[in-house]
Each structure stands twice: as structure tokens, then as C-alpha cells.
Design a binder for this molecule. Structure first.
Ligand code: HEM
Length: 409
């Protein structure tokens, strides 16, 4: 039984630089050269990572019990931000208890309560767009999705807290800084400005938690307080929701606008809006992998992966398999109206006990924003060629910030 599948022979430092600077090239090239599964070695994780994308294997990985494959963030630049008791980092019984607590406010009827607030914020944002003037939409979508998640989690948004969160996250977007953070030990010089920015977020957030009164309107924070969470736990859970819930949705929305400017879709009914959201998440998954740490020897075809390494369903490659998706790189929302995709071929939110907690909420938010845009504008590209996928901290965002020209309809 062999150990690790083949993969690029370059040293881990070089693979890390490529993982940051040209992630999709690295994924495509490795899949073409080594087939699947293949192994990448980067300094983002503390061990080699074995990538898989065929639906049967993806299903099996997501279904594995946490004693065999443990989910949750590996060592990423968001770790000091999220905090030790963050739902992203816990596992087993503690993790399940946290999910039970945080999931309900983001699902079903409870989520519907947020729809009007999301629609109002989206309409106000789109009303600021100037017809005919080119617009970089990624920063606009970041502001919007941060406002939405602040309102849902904390009630009334505090402008100072909002600015501090953006300042901390913006520090993880420059390629040079990301590479420095990935290569340097935590606490060394490249980390200091980032850790100082995180400390500022912490101070403002703890003040907001202490000052919280239900008179400010309903907020997820009240439910966490009622469940008896300590201030440290509250801090970690709230930061996690704010960070996980806004950068991902902002990137996905920016991609939606970038794609729609080049491939117009009639968004006058709910079915087409929903199919468009799905096609954006398929063709431009902002999170490219969902890693699981191997805790017990794990069989993968001809290989037995040793404990300590990672096995990672690769969403980017799963969403472009020719066997699952005819003409995989074409942007064609209609494919989601023609029938349901093969199970586990479409996994933009991951799966199993770690599946994205905000999946329904994120889709609702995307639908509301696209509805607000389509009510006022048609979108045109500022240049004919589509934008490349570029890493912004852990997400893959449009390289030129999703630049479009809104035109009055
Ligand atoms: C389009 C937007 C979004 C995308 C593409 C996305 C995608 C993902 C993915 C791929 C994962 C990892 C799943 C796995 O490992 O199997 C994840 C986890 C998570 N997401 Fe999202 N997400 C989005 C929006 C949101 C929002 C709005 C929230 C909060 C309201 C949120 C909260 C979380 C949390 C808390 C986790 C960790 C779950 C756990 O470890 O148990 N996400 N997300």
C-alpha cells in the first residue's frame, strides 16, 4: 500500500508562493500532470495535503467520522483572528454543541426575518452607483456584506468596529504580505501589524458585547449570551461569523457581477436568480478546498494516507470535471434549471458536520443583491476578457476587483 500520491516536486516554500500568487494554475496544472489524487506541500498547512475531486471520494470524505478525519481550519492567516474557541477550530462534541447554537438563527423561518433588512441595504448600495461610470464592485460588496452580517450578529453596527475589521482583513490581501505571513513564524516582525489590528478589533468588540442591550433590536449575539457563553467564547464566535460571513459572500457577489457583465442573464424571475447564484458558486468557488486532517490511516484507492496529513476535497476542480459538467468552464445558469447536479459534484459550501453554517443565508443575501442590481441596471464589462482568480487571504477573488459599468435599464 503506497503512502502519498504524486505531486509537484518543488520545495514547499515555492509551492506556497504559487498557492498564494497563482492558485488556480497550480491546481489545474497538478491535476493535468499527476491525475487524482495528487499531493501539494505548502507552508499554509503543517503537513502535505492530498487533493481529491471525484464525487464518490468527496462524499466519502465528508461522511467520515471526526475521529477518522477532523475538519476545521488548519493553520491559516485567519487563525489569530478567529480565536481558540472559534467554531472553525474546535472539533468533536464541543464543535457540535457550538453548531447547534449558531445554526438556527441562520436557517428557515428565522433567516427569512433578515430578508427585508438585507434587501434594504442592497437597494441603498445600488442606489449609489452612477450610471455609465466604471465601478470596482469588490470593495462595494465587502462594505455591504459586512454591514449585513454586523446587523444580523450584533444588531446596530458600530462604525469604529466596522472600520477596524476591514483594516485587519485588508492586511491579509497584499500578495507580498500574504507570502511573508505564510513563511514567517507567528509573532515575528511581519506578523506584528496584523496582530495589532486584531487586538484593536478585540477591544472594540468586547466593548460592544458589554454594552449590548436587547433594546438595540434582535441579534444573534443575544442567543449566544442566553446560552451562557463566556466573554472569550462570545468574542471568538462573533469574530468568526463576521469574518466567515462577509469576505466569502462579498467575493461571490463580486464574481456574480463580473460574470453577469460578460454573460447577461434575464433576472426577472426567482428561478433564474437562484440558478445564476449557483452557477457563480460553481464556476468561481471563493474557497477552493475544504481540508480534513487524517487521524487514522485512510484508504484512498491504491494509497493509505498516514495520520497527520490532510485530505482535501477541491471545490475548484470538482466544479470543473467534464464528467459532471458538460462544457465545464462555460457560464450557463440554465444547467441548474435543466435538472439537479450529480450528488457531491456541486459543493461550494463543503459538506458533512463542517458544512458552511451560513449557506442558506449567503444564498439569500446573494439573491437579494442580484435582484436589487437587476431592478436598476444592466451590467457591461470594462474590458472584454474575464478577470483572473486571485487570492485575497483565504478566498479567491476577481483580480481587478470585479470592475463593471452599470447602465440604466
Ligand atoms: C457565498 C458565501 C459563502 C461561501 C462560498 C462559504 C463557504 C464555506 C465553506 C466551503 C466552508 C467549509 C465547509 C467544510 O469544511 O466542509 C464554510 C464554513 C463555514 N462558514 Fe461559510 N461560506 C459562505 C458564507 C457564510 C456566511 C454568510 C456565514 C455566516 C453567517 C458563514 C459561516 C461559516 C462557518 C461558521 C463555517 C464553519 C463551519 C464549521 O466548521 O462547522 N459562511 N463556508
Amino acid at each position: 500500500m503506497r503512502g502519498l500520491p504524486p505531486g509537484p516536486a518543488a520545495p514547499a516554500a515555492l509551492q506556497t508562493i504559487e498557492w498564494v500568487a497563482r492558485p488556480t494554475d497550480l491546481l489545474r496544472r497538478s491535476a493535468a500532470r499527476y491525475g487524482e489524487p495528487f499531493t501539494l506541500r505548502t507552508l499554509w498547512a503543517d503537513a502535505p495535503m492530498v487533493l481529491v475531486s471525484d464525487p464518490e471520494t468527496v462524499k466519502r470524505v465528508y461522511a467520515a467520522p471526526p475521529e477518522a478525519l477532523r475538519g476545521g481550519a488548519s493553520s491559516t492567516v485567519l487563525e489569530p483572528f478567529a480565536g481558540a474557541s472559534s467554531i472553525l477550530l474546535t472539533s468533536g462534541a464541543v464543535h457540535l454543541r457550538q453548531r447547534k447554537l449558531v445554526l438556527p438563527p441562520f436557517h428557515g423561518r428565522r433567516m427569512e426575518e433578515h430578508r427585508a433588512a438585507v434587501a434594504a441595504l442592497a437597494a441603498a448600495e445600488v442606489a449609489r452607483w452612477v450610471p455609465g461610470r466604471p465601478l470596482r464592485t469588490l470593495p462595494r460588496m465587502q462594505e455591504l456584506t459586512l454591514d449585513v452580517i454586523l446587523r444580523v450578529v450584533l444588531g446596530a453596527p458600530d462604525p469604529a468596529l466596522r472600520a477596524a475589521i476591514r483594516a485587519a482583513l485588508d492586511m491579509t490581501t497584499s500578495l507580498a504580505r500574504l507570502i511573508a505571513l505564510s513563511l514567517a513564524p507567528r509573532g515575528s516582525a511581519p506578523w506584528r501589524p496584523f496582530l495589532a489590528a486584531v487586538a484593536r478589533v478585540d477591544a472594540l468588540l468586547r466593548a460592544a458585547i458589554r454594552a449590548r442591550t436587547p433594546a438595540d433590536g434582535p441579534a444573534v449575539l443575544d442567543e449566544l449570551i442566553a446560552a451562557g457563553a463566556t466573554e472569550d467564547e462570545l468574542r471568538d464566535q462573533v469574530v468568526t461569523l463576521l469574518a466567515a460571513g462577509h469576505e466569502t459572500t462579498a467575493g461571490s457577489l463580486a464574481w456574480a457581477l463580473e460574470r453577469l457583465a460578460r454573460h447577461p442573464v434575464d433576472l426577472s424571475d426567482d428561478a433564474h436568480i437562484d440558478a445564476t447564484v449557483k452557477e457563480v458558486l460553481r464556476t468561481r468557488p471563493v474557497l477552493s478546498i475544504t481540508a480534513r486532517k487524517v487521524l487514522q490511516p485512510y484508504r484512498l484507492g491504491a494509497y493509505t494516507l498516514p495520520p497527520g496529513v490532510y485530505v482535501a476535497p477541491c471545490l475548484y476542480l470538482a466544479h470543473r470535471r467534464a464528467g459532471s459538467w458538460p462544457d465545464p468552464t462555460a457560464f450557463r445558469p440554465q444547467r441548474f434549471l435543466d435538472g439537479a447536479p450529480e450528488p457531491f459534484s456541486f459543493v461550494p459550501f463543503g459538506g458533512g458536520v463542517r458544512r458552511c453554517l451560513g449557506a442558506s443565508f449567503a444564498a439569500l443575501e446573494m439573491r437579494e443583491v442580484l435582484r436589487a442590481v437587476a431592478a436598476r441596471f444592466e451590467l457591461r464589462p470594462d474590458r472584454p476578457q474575464g478577470e483572473r482568480m486571485r487570492r485575497r487571504s483565504v478566498t479567491l477573488a476577481p483580480a481587478r476587483g470585479a470592475s463593471i459599468i452599470p447602465v440604466t435599464r
